[in-house]
Design a protein around this ligand. Sequence first.
Ligand SMILES: O=C1O[C@H](COP(=O)(O)O)[C@@H](O)[C@H](O)[C@H]1O
Length: 268
Amino acid sequence: MAFSGDGKDGRELRVYENLDELKVDLVEYIAKLSDAAVKERGTFAIALSGGSVIGLIGALCQAPYRETVDWSVWQVFWADERLVAKDHPDSNYKLAKDGLFSKLKVLVLPSQLHSVNGLLSAEDAAVDYEFVIRQLVRTRLIGVSETSDCPKFDLVLLDMGSDGHVASLFPGHFDPDETEEWVTYITDSPEPPSGRITFTMPVINAAANVAVIATGSDKAEAAHLVIDDAGPECPLPAKMVNPADGKLTWFLDKLAASKLGSCAQSSE
Ligand SMILES: O=C1O[C@H](COP(=O)(O)O)[C@@H](O)[C@H](O)[C@H]1O
């Protein structure tokens, strides 16, 4: 690892020489959180994103994790989803299924994958997904925040876009003051497809652990603005990720970290 340290507000920054190093540490991080949640609660509720995330965690399907992770207790959700059919190339569910869960057949059952109904209208899909989450909070398959009225996912895995978006919370296309909804929707996404549903910021910030991943030089400017708190006035969604009672860990490769303040540039 090129750099690892605690930044402001208790967040941890992990910067890697290259993608291979990042992948190795990211899957180990997920496996450890899974073990800890299983010991503490007997279940592991993880919310995935789209973008590059699945490509980075594919090693979970391989040794040793295939054998050592207790897959039977995983409950899988999506922090955001594009409103398309499940077999559409834009579907975040399809991305995760093809890249991960189709290789973990028998270990992870379809009933453990809580996908979004992308064939509903945007509003109905958001209402429907929030309902699904509420049922599973009631049965404690998802934890509940001690300090807010929100579900407490064991891990929310986010991939920051080059514009500073996370999940489908895009700059200028979300309500930074949202407090009521757990899942919301947009019909004017700046990146296709236009219809999406997404966790709201309060749900992300109620998680026990949030990982934000940024890789590649196109993420460098946004990473600088968010991590170095360098502006702009209107907060980028990624800058609002700040779990109230949980832990925030950033995973960056050197390219994404190339514009960060000097401490994150030094080699160990
Ligand atoms: O549209 C989306 O983009 C982001 C980031 O994706 P990337 O291609 O820039 O890596 C992703 O986090 C989100 O889940 C997805 O729907």
